[in-house]
Design a protein around this ligand. Structure first.
Ligand SMILES: [Fe+2]
Length: 211
């Protein structure tokens, strides 16, 4: 990636990118994401931000359980278009917070205002007040995401050539400050289920004993 708009996507610019999850326009967003800064010449800026969307959701739940509930239940669409021959949409609408109905665990977050469509699912039961409630809840969540003082949700750093960063796109959002000069990046995606499969096959255990 360079800031040349070779792909019609804000990732190919030098503008500030607010923290977001990638590929919310896929039916199943990608799992792991990697970034590797190859070079940054004749310029400044471009600091990276990682924001823990799951931890921020728990903050919202504590502050305003109704707002949390709205983001669990209201479903909406996303899309990616603007490049010739590409018009991606998920197979159905999804909520921002994906909660496991059996364990009640918050499994993933889908948050990308740039790819979100303004159309809520037309099931004829969505009323104007539901739309307002969603935007109210979304604003509260965004305010938590923007809180740079919360060390359990917000982390900022600068990528260095030779030191890639990899993270869980279902859990963490990523963003980037604006920059000047010439920056070359590369990166990649790994499917979440294949990653978890490898973890299980290798006997990997998380600190709390769960995968
Ligand atoms: Fe992104």
């Amino acid at each position: 990636m360079t800031a040349d708009l070779s792909s019609k996507d804000t990732a190919y610019t030098e503008v500030f990118l607010p923290p977001h999850n990638d590929t919310t326009y896929f039916t199943l967003p990608i799992g792991l994401q990697m970034f590797h800064l190859l070079s940054h010449e004749r310029g400044t800026g471009g600091e990276s931000q990682l924001v823990n969307g799951i931890a921020a959701a728990h903050v919202l739940k504590q502050k305003d359980a109704d707002a949390f509930d709205v983001l669990c239940k209201t479903k909406l669409m996303a899309h990616a278009s603007g490049n010739e021959g590409v018009m991606l949409e998920p197979v159905s609408a999804f909520s921002v917070f994906n909660v496991d109905p059996i364990t009640d665990r918050l499994v993933s977050v889908r948050w990308n205002p740039a790819d979100r469509t303004f159309v809520l699912p037309g099931d004829h039961s969505t009323h104007a007040e539901d739309v307002e409630k969603w935007y109210d809840a979304a604003e509260k969540y965004q305010n938590i995401l923007n809180d740079r003082t919360n060390r359990s949700t917000f982390y900022e750093f600068k990528l260095q050539p030779g030191r890639p960063v990899m993270f869980d796109n279902w859990k963490l959002m990523h963003g980037r400050s604006s920059f000047t000069g010439s920056r070359k990046m590369c990166g990649g995606y790994i499917d979440h289920d294949y990653f978890m499969s490898t973890c299980r096959a290798l006997g990997f255990k998380h600190q709390n004993g769960q995968l």
